[in-house]
Design a protein around this ligand. Structure first.
Ligand code: PBG
Ligand code: ZN
Length: 327
């Protein structure tokens, strides 16, 4: 008789036939930066995540985190085009060399978008008809990416979902002589309800309308796959599917069509939902996080951008010990 239970009879046997534990090298931690000194502000919808000033982040940087994805914002003037995003004196541009000096081994990636810097919260400026102006956005995004690359970023990750943004940024990086910088495309990024906590953290919600005119539609998965294929053609070094957990099928589909790395962004809403469920007593926090991260890797993600990154030990090494306090 076929008895599959033989393959899982003891802990040792289960471990022997298990897939490898996802290595901490595969995790990228998204970090929210703010101006000023000594700041570490809790984000109410994301327990265990903070808005950091640069000095405080350097001082309390979590051991074992190998890579970060930096998000900036401004408390100063925002304008129609989001020009603050390309300011060489901006918080992201200043944080990069400080982090690299303090932690030479750390991989420092940056999010390249305009929504935290535009007065209206969209990922590009408006054209005369009131639409988001694709090509004007690409020009700005290229300037932002160059400013991050010049500051020493190991990689830039454009998230605006404008057509041609990868080609525009690749050309600008080459023209400006910063061609060593990785270009990580948020290639298949959906218009999702799962970005709410992030927009609270970043003050980047659109003041009017939504992002369905530029972010991919979850009702049109074929076009969503094409988004990644086009970004590969345009010169991306890595692709991405975002969000992760409701899009495991897309991670698998994109992976089967490319030899590029396929990152997955385990977004703010996914993190917040597990926290909320565990708080309500529906599941235990770290085991639930662990199960969800295995799902993302099993689907075919090669790296994961995740707010769980600083909690790697709690999740993967002491998975049974669920009552440890969050830092
Ligand atoms: C900016 C951006 C967003 C996220 C990453 N970059 C928000 C959005 O598109 O509205 C979401 C990340 C998260 O929810 O964790 N374009
Ligand atoms: Zn944006």
């Amino acid at each position: 008789m076929v008895r599959l239970r033989r393959l899982r009879r003891t802990e040792t046997i289960r471990n022997m036939f298990a897939m490898d534990v996802p290595s901490r090298d595969r995790f990228i931690w998204p970090v929210f930066l703010v101006e000023g000194k000594g700041r570490k502000e809790a984000i109410s919808s994301m327990p265990g995540q903070f808005r950091w000033s640069i000095d405080r982040l350097v001082k309390e940087f979590p051991a074992g985190v190998k890579a970060v994805l930096l998000f900036g914002q401004t408390e100063g003037e925002k304008d129609e085009v989001g020009s603050g995003a390309a300011d060489p004196g901006g918080v992201v541009q200043r944080a990069i060399p400080k982090l690299k000096r303090a932690f030479p081994e750390l991989a420092v990636f940056t999010d390249v978008c305009l929504c935290a810097y535009t007065s209206h919260g969209h990922c590009g400026p408006h054209d005369a008809d009131g639409d988001i102006d694709n090509d004007a956005a690409c020009e700005m995004l290229a300037r932002v990416a160059v400013s991050h690359a010049r500051a020493g970023a190991d990689g830039v990750a454009p998230s605006a979902m404008m057509d041609g943004q990868i080609a525009a940024i690749r050309a600008a990086l080459d023209d400006e002589g910063v061609s060593k910088t990785l270009l990580i495309a948020y290639s298949t990024k959906f218009a999702s309800t799962m970005y709410g906590p992030f927009r609270e953290a970043e003050n980047s919600a659109p003041s009017q309308g939504d992002r369905q005119g530029y972010q991919a539609s979850y009702r049109d998965p074929d076009t969503a796959v094409r988004e990644s294929l086009v970004d590969e053609e345009e010169g991306a070094d890595a692709l991405m599917v975002k969000p992760a957990l409701w899009y495991l099928d897309l991670i698998g589909r994109v992976r089967s069509r490319t030899l590029l790395p396929v990152m997955a962004y385990n977004v703010s809403g996914e993190y917040a939902m597990i926290h909320a469920a565990s708080k309500a007593g529906f599941c235990e926090l770290y085991p639930a996080a662990r199960e969800s991260l295995y799902a993302i890797f099993r689907a075919g993600a090669t790296q994961v951008i995740s707010y769980w990154a600083p909690y790697y030990d709690e999740i993967f090494q002491t998975a049974n010990q669920t009552n440890r306090r969050l830092r």
